[in-house]
Design a protein around this ligand. Structure first.
Ligand code: NAD
Length: 408
């Protein structure tokens, strides 16, 4: 099933559970705008090369379109449409005043020199400049796009409009108006969300064992946070495989080992596990933090976790999701669990708008109540409709979007 078909299926499923406004449901099946641009740059060897770029603006009734830009060879409009739709849901669940969008350029940025990458970013910015703006559509980093690329975008946009408007893009470097804490915000937000569920279900931190798949920005930070709070992280993995110790891993040691060797595998001579072995280990909490479609119908019956915190986007297939719902496994959905990233983007946007720069403590002081409130709201919605946490997140988002559409 394509990502977009899956997204629309989630939307339709939510409508079977709660009495949702038909006008809103209809609007959410269609993007507000799909922008296609062709632009050229001069390459280092003097030749001219054309590129294809796009931006899908899904819905902006709650605020400006918001979502990442990816630079990737396989531009799949179907997937980008799904991602733009999910951003609409995610921003509404998080309760931040943004709609949803997504975009990118068909390119392998690793084949470009730094100068070519900068010229490409600036040319793409000029091509979409009419469609973006700090009150219109606010891009951010995504696959293969970095804070440096966001800085170039902000700079070029300022030149086009004749004055600086740093809030046009988030995920910038701190020196160019980026927010402190953005690098660790997704995991930090995920931890606040988990903590609300932990209290709700009366889970004892002392006895909870945690398994984390993926040891990149999201997974490694999550492991660090759980370890710091005294939880037992019993297994972690990266693309090369996983490691497990039922007594709990020394996470700072694993991080050090990964820095030296490039992988978590081989730490303390522990046996290397396959991803499947890792995902089916006995544990209280499983945190997929790598790729989509990891928890499938085939693996789901062997998953022993009581709770799943989706830090990755789309790690659970609809079939596995249905299995977990039937067998009492609580899945804290991606649109809630990993919304700490976009919520911190909102805090960056706010800082830029009022010309302030907050330290990390202040950023997380604002992030925490927003994330806890979002989690509480999803839990209350699930209780109200007897829905799963994912269904509840969709229902809550659609209700909020419907509320905003009343004035249209
Ligand atoms: P990343 O590239 O920093 O890390 C990805 C990790 O997954 C790496 O450790 C990699 O080795 C591992 N990995 C790759 N293939 C794997 C495989 N087959 N099995 C197990 N592990 C594998 O990426 P990230 O930023 O940490 O993002 C991870 C997930 O979290 C993605 O789904 C992303 O969309 C989602 N997410 C991230 C953020 C963020 O702020 N970083 C925000 C929202 C959602």
């Amino acid at each position: 099933m394509s990502a977009f078909t899956n997204a629309m299926r989630q939307l339709d499923l939510a409508a079977t559970i709660a009495p949702l406004d038909p006008k809103t449901l209809d609007a959410l099946h269609h993007p507000a705008r799909t922008i296609n641009v062709e632009f050229s740059i001069v390459m280092d060897d003097g030749s001219t090369r054309f590129f294809h770029g796009y931006r899908v603006q899904w819905n902006n009734v709650r605020g400006p379109f918001k979502g990442g830009l990816r630079f990737h060879t396989q531009v799949d409009l179907d997937e980008v449409k799904a991602l733009a739709f999910w951003m609409t849901i995610k921003c509404a669940v998080a309760g931040i005043p943004f709609g949803g969008g997504k975009g990118g350029v068909t390119v392998n940025p690793k084949e470009l020199s730094s100068g070519e990458l900068e010229r490409l970013t600036r040319a793409f910015t000029r091509a979409i400049a009419d469609c973006i703006g700090s009150d219109k559509d606010i891009p951010a980093p995504d696959v293969n796009t970095t804070p440096q690329i966001m800085d170039w975008l902000a700079d070029e946009y300022g030149k086009v409009i004749g004055h600086q408007d740093l809030a046009v893009v988030t995920g910038k470097t701190v020196g160019k108006g980026g927010s402190e804490g953005r690098g660790t915000a997704t995991a930090q937000g995920g931890f606040y969300v988990f903590d609300v569920y932990r209290q709700k279900f009366g889970v004892d931190p002392e006895s909870l064992s945690v398994v984390i798949q993926g040891f990149g920005n999201a997974g490694e930070t999550m492991a660090k946070i759980f370890h710091h709070h005294g939880y037992k992280v019993v297994a972690v993995s990266d693309s090369k495989g996983g490691i497990h110790s039922e007594h709990g891993l020394d996470i700072p040691g694993v991080i050090e080992h990964k820095k030296k060797t490039g992988s978590v595998t081989g730490f303390n001579n522990l046996e290397t596990l396959t991803q499947e072995q890792l995902l089916t280990l006995p544990c209280g909490l499983l945190v997929p933090s790598a790729l989509e479609n990891q928890l499938t119908a085939e693996i789901a019956p062997r998953v022993q976790a009581q709770m799943i915190l989706e830090l990755a986007n789309g790690p659970t297939t609809p079939e596995a999701d249905a299995y977990f719902a039937k067998h009492g496994v609580t899945v804290i959905p991606d649109v809630l669990a990993n919304s700490g990233g976009v919520t911190t983007s909102f805090l960056e946007w706010q800082q830029n708008k009022i010309g302030e720069h907050w330290d990390e403590g202040r950023v997380f002081q604002r992030l925490e109540p927003l994330m806890r409130q979002a989690a509480q709201d999803v839990i209350s919605t699930a209780e109200k409709y007897g829905a799963t946490q994912r269904e509840a997140a969709f229902i809550l988002a659609i209700e909020r979007i419907a509320e905003a559409m009343k004035g249209e």
